[in-house]
Design a protein around this ligand. Structure first.
Ligand SMILES: Cc1cc2nc3c(=O)[nH]c(=O)nc-3n(C[C@H](O)[C@H](O)[C@H](O)COP(=O)(O)OP(=O)(O)OC[C@H]3O[C@@H](n4cnc5c(N)ncnc54)[C@H](O)[C@@H]3O)c2cc1C
Length: 398
């Protein structure tokens, strides 16, 4: 490692040791857990709020974004150093959300200077929470068939229609939306990507309860909702290109999140197996079939992590996530499902628990995570659609 990076590591380490709230050390947040920010934010504790403020001040909620938009201006290598120092103290990310991983990178690529200056700094500071208005009833996999309409009225658009499966819509402040602005051209060519303030009159959200017991997503209805034309990203009727680039970021993010969440997971699974099933004299899990499955999952996880690393190295060299983000998405999500399935099986009858005090809390969490994982192969584009993309664009099949 270069001298400059070593010096940076020393600086980060000293600052985190001195400043990071002690109460947050030792317990990094799990998948999609952490501070999401926004106008309606509820911090888990005053330390979570302080952690967000101090990291945002340095731009380290969005470490690689340029400083002129509030980011940290770090190189990819410096970002890796920062992440590894956060991991060393087991600190949670100060901020998570679709602003950081979806609309932010998309604005950096397609936004005008004015759009970047307006929308990026509030994301970095955790002031605005974003949701994704893509899917509609009847337009999920066939997204380009979407019908929510936006009609130009001077320097505004008037939007009417419905979105569905909009994650966290009721907690979000702004929505990035795909709307139909032209019905006279092939379907992909009449779509516009527009940013809408959800506080505008005419926006209604209705939560949809899920099998996992949570209700993380909503239907969103637009009734004569006004959006400013200056909030069109990438040009009128040009939204499909922007939409696909954002999906690339989303799929890479989903794959990476699983890579992070599996890190260290094999040890935890083996420990649970020893507890539930027992161990032989060498400390090995007593059931050879379960042992075999544990080893298989562990090997597949290693191979997956290496693939993630290879793709990230490509990103460091400036490549935009392409069809390979579909590989991460398919493999990462299916691997996660296999791992959750195994964890519930290992727990035996404890794995049947849904709620209540008859079951250990960690078994209840495992069951709910298993159920939540069912959606992983659907959100961000189903596995079938990803396989189609891989076949056509990576393997060049007819
Ligand atoms: C947890 C979760 C969170 C989500 N969050 C959001 C969000 O925030 N914003 C948002 O806009 N959307 C969100 N979605 C919606 C998601 O993007 C869609 O569910 C997904 O794109 C599939 O669309 P659909 O549900 O309409 O299914 P359909 O498109 O109707 O597909 C049904 C089945 O048919 C298969 N299929 C369809 N077409 C083909 C084909 N051409 N070839 C082979 N098989 C095919 C699919 O693979 C699937 O198995 C979320 C979904 C989930 C589960």
């Amino acid at each position: 490692m270069s001298e400059r990076l070593n010096a940076f590591r020393a600086e980060v380490r000293a600052w985190l040791e001195a400043e990071a709230p002690a109460s947050l050390r030792g317990a990094p947040a799990g998948f999609l857990q952490g501070t999401w920010g926004g106008r309606k934010v509820k911090f888990d504790s005053p330390d979570h709020e302080r952690w967000l403020r101090m990291m945002a001040e340095r731009g380290w909620t969005a470490p690689t974004w340029p400083t002129e938009y509030g980011g940290g201006g770090l190189s990819k290598a410096e970002d890796e150093v920062l992440k590894s120092e956060l991991r060393r103290l087991k600190l949670p990310p100060p901020l998570i959300g679709f602003g950081l991983v979806m609309i932010g990178p998309t604005l950096l690529e397609f936004g005008t200077e004015a759009q970047k200056r307006e929308h990026l700094p509030p994301i970095v500071r955790g002031e605005i929470r974003w949701c994704q208005g893509y899917s509609e009833p009847g337009s999920g996999s066939d997204l380009a068939s979407l019908r929510t309409s936006a009609v130009r009225d001077g320097d505004r658009f008037v939007i009417n229609g419905q979105k569905v499966w909009t994650s966290y819509a009721e907690k979000s402040d702004w929505i990035f939306c795909l709307v139909r602005t032209n019905t006279q051209v092939p379907k992909q060519q009449g779509i516009t990507f527009i940013l809408v303030d959800m506080d505008m009159p005419g926006v209604t959200t209705r939560p949809i309860p899920l099998i996992s017991g949570a209700s993380p997503f909503c239907e969103v209805f637009f009734s004569d909702v006004v959006a400013e034309a200056r909030n069109v990203i990438g040009g009128i009727d040009q939204g499909w290109t922007v939409a696909k680039a954002l999906l690339g970021h989303e799929r890479t993010m989903v794959g990476e999140v699983f890579a992070q969440s599996v890190a260290g997971g094999e040890a935890e699974l083996a420990q649970a197996a020893r507890r539930y099933i027992g161990a032989d004299a060498d400390g090995k899990v007593a059931d050879p079939l379960i042992r075999h499955e544990l080893a298989q999952v562990a090997m597949d996880e290693r191979a997956f992590m290496l693939t993630v690393k290879r793709i990230k190295d490509g990103a460091k060299a400036g490549q935009r996530p392409g069809p390979e983000s579909s590989i991460l998405k398919v493999y990462g999500t299916e691997l996660n499902q296999r791992r959750r399935e195994l964890s519930v099986r290992i727990a035996g009858t404890d794995g049947l628990g849904w709620e209540g005090e008859d079951y250990p809390p960690e078994a209840l969490t495992a069951t709910r995570e298993w159920l939540r994982a069912r959606g992983n192969t659907i959100e961000g584009g189903t596995s079938e659609i990803q396989l189609d993309i891989i076949a056509k664009h990576t393997l060049g099949l007819p």
